[in-house]
Design a protein. Structure first.
Length: 211
């Protein structure tokens, strides 16, 4: 049994830049603070993790209230952006996820550093079916590694012989190294093999999973 786990932004959905822009704007709108968009500088590269670090570094007292308000504003801005311009899926993403989900020897899950509400907006906009598939997000934990562990638990991945994670960032690769997951890079943000620009090379990608 194989377990295949997916990141979302930049991996399944071409949403990385707009997602970052909306997040930065939401933090600025609520707190007045301009933030560094080099996400690799943060301890936890997740929405909750980055925001918690920003709140802590700036000694903001009403932390939970600010956290909730930033999240609310961010999701509102993201939703408005999607109304104006729908997100596109990374080519072949929907078909590839559906193919894996149809296989009796594969379990599919999602583990994103984004909040669940925004992840749903993005997947729906891009036409990617995630119904009935285990899902973990920044709603569950500030740590990407813990989010991935939660997704694996929800997928009942103890039954699987391996886990392959598809992601696009250095933080994805680092988390996989710590967890012992097979990492497949989508895009070209870093040097890594195996890597694919999209999901069109179905047979080659399946081989990387061991299928």
């Amino acid at each position: 049994m194989h377990h295949v786990m997916f990141d979302i932004d930049g991996t399944l959905v071409e949403s990385y830049e707009l997602d970052s822009e909306c997040f930065i704007n939401a933090v600025k709108d609520v707190t007045g603070i301009g933030i560094d968009s080099n996400w690799s500088k943060y301890q936890h590269v997740t929405d909750s993790g980055i925001l918690s670090e920003i709140i802590g570094l700036n000694n903001i007292s009403n932390a939970q209230e600010v956290h909730d308000e930033v999240k609310k504003v961010f999701i509102k801005q993201l939703g408005q952006s999607i109304k104006e311009n729908a997100f596109h899926q990374v080519q072949g993403a929907s078909s590839f996820v559906s193919l894996l989900n149809s296989m009796s020897n594969v379990m599919v899950s999602f583990a994103t550093g984004g909040w669940y509400e925004s992840a749903v907006l993005k997947l729906k906009s891009a036409g990617i079916d995630f119904s009935q598939m285990p899902f973990a997000s920044s709603n569950d934990h500030i740590s990407r590694i813990e989010i991935m562990k939660i997704a694996a638990a929800r997928a009942n991945a103890g039954k699987s012989s391996s886990c392959t994670y598809f992601g696009d960032g250095s933080w994805d690769k680092e988390a996989c190294q710590q967890l012992g997951f097979n990492f497949v890079l989508v895009g070209n943000k870093l040097e890594h093999k195996p890597s694919f620009r999209d999901f069109k090379s179905t047979n080659e990608i399946l081989a990387c999973i061991g299928l």
